[in-house]
Design a protein around this ligand. Structure first.
Ligand SMILES: Cc1cc2nc3c(=O)[nH]c(=O)nc-3n(C[C@H](O)[C@H](O)[C@H](O)COP(=O)(O)OP(=O)(O)OC[C@H]3O[C@@H](n4cnc5c(N)ncnc54)[C@H](O)[C@@H]3O)c2cc1C
Length: 287
């Protein structure tokens, strides 16, 4: 199908994009990689009156470490994350699992975060690693912790006129590791179930920080805060990870669908949590 008619504004700066969005009101939509929005327009699920293309804005395509954070600009494509030397842990592990090479070449990490698809991979990774979303609107820039940003299926707390200009992910100062285990029906598919894990260890080998989040098993990417609290202060062990996996399974409310039964998906959450935490601990111990 063809999309319905729309006007196109090609923004040359963040200020211009924000202003164009304010002018367009509810009928305006930012266009980044177009890998979610364009298919939705073609299916007539979305019918923006004005598209504000942000692809020509200079300075938004960097992915780099600075001031103890991994900074990811709004025009960093999934493929840039795959190729980057600046990533670590769960971020590096997840990047090659997002969609397929064609989508990864155009789709942006920030677009995915803003889209808030509960089957999207990045928001779980960001929930596990404790990222902030940087937003710019008519009243200036603000930083939104990812836990406060993800609000529901395809819903965020981003203001109507705000553009996500980047992400800021803390770089662990000590020993750390992460994993992203994703079950998909075929290469390039959305997750049937995925689990993001992140662990940091102190000098004694005990867990000093933990992150755990689930994809595709709830109407929202889900941070498993009680499992994270259980892990902190403990020495890594199979028994501890099995306990955390029970909490993760309890936090999952998957549905029966063509991809599998709810009971089976919950079992995958349990298994992937144990495996993911074990892989994260092993990576941290070797770092
Ligand atoms: C075949 C296929 C397979 C896919 N598989 C996966 C997968 O396995 N895992 C996965 O996570 N994703 C998957 N995706 C989605 C893909 O990752 C998209 O790239 C991503 O969801 C959106 O990024 P985008 O840059 O393309 O955003 P767009 O499509 O341009 O925009 C998506 C939405 O976000 C808004 N938006 C975009 N950028 C910003 C911004 N900077 N600030 C504010 N709002 C913004 C837009 O207005 C729009 O509402 C798949 C897509 C396709 C087509």
């Amino acid at each position: 199908m063809f999309p319905s008619r729309f006007d196109l504004v090609v923004a040359q700066s963040v200020g211009e994009a924000v202003e164009a969005k304010a002018d367009a009101g509810e009928g305006g939509r930012f266009l980044a990689g177009g890998q979610s929005l364009i298919p939705m327009m073609k299916m007539r699920v979305a019918f923006p009156e004005t598209l504000i293309d942000i692809n020509r804005i200079a300075g938004l395509d960097a992915i780099e470490q600075s001031n103890g954070h991994l900074q990811v600009g709004a025009l960093v494509r999934h493929a840039d994350v795959v190729a980057s030397d600046a990533t670590f842990g769960a971020i590096a592990a997840a990047a090659p699992w997002v969609a397929d090479p064609l989508v990864r070449n155009r789709g942006t990490m920030c677009g995915s975060v803003a889209h808030c698809d509960p089957e999207g991979d990045w928001n779980s990774v960001l929930l596990a690693t404790g990222a902030d979303v940087l937003a710019q609107g008519p009243n200036g820039e603000r930083s939104i912790p990812i836990v406060d940003f993800v609000d529901g299926a395809f819903t965020s707390t981003l203001g109507e006129d705000e553009l996500v200009v980047g992400l800021r992910i803390p770089v662990p100062s000590g020993r750390s590791g992460g994993a992203y285990l994703k079950l998909e029906r075929k290469v390039g598919d959305y997750a049937t179930v995925a689990v993001a894990s992140h662990l940091e260890l102190d000098h004694s080998g005990a867990i000093s920080a933990a992150g755990l989040a689930l994809t595709s098993v709830n109407p929202i990417n889900t941070k498993v805060a009680d499992a994270e609290a259980l892990l902190v202060g403990q020495q890594p062990s199979d028994e501890l990870f099995a306990e955390a996996a029970e909490l993760a399974a309890a936090a999952a409310e998957p549905r029966d669908d063509v991809r599998g039964t709810a009971a089976w998906k919950r079992q995958v959450v349990r298994t992937y949590t144990m495996r993911g935490l074990a892989a994260a601990a092993q990576q941290a111990e070797g770092s």
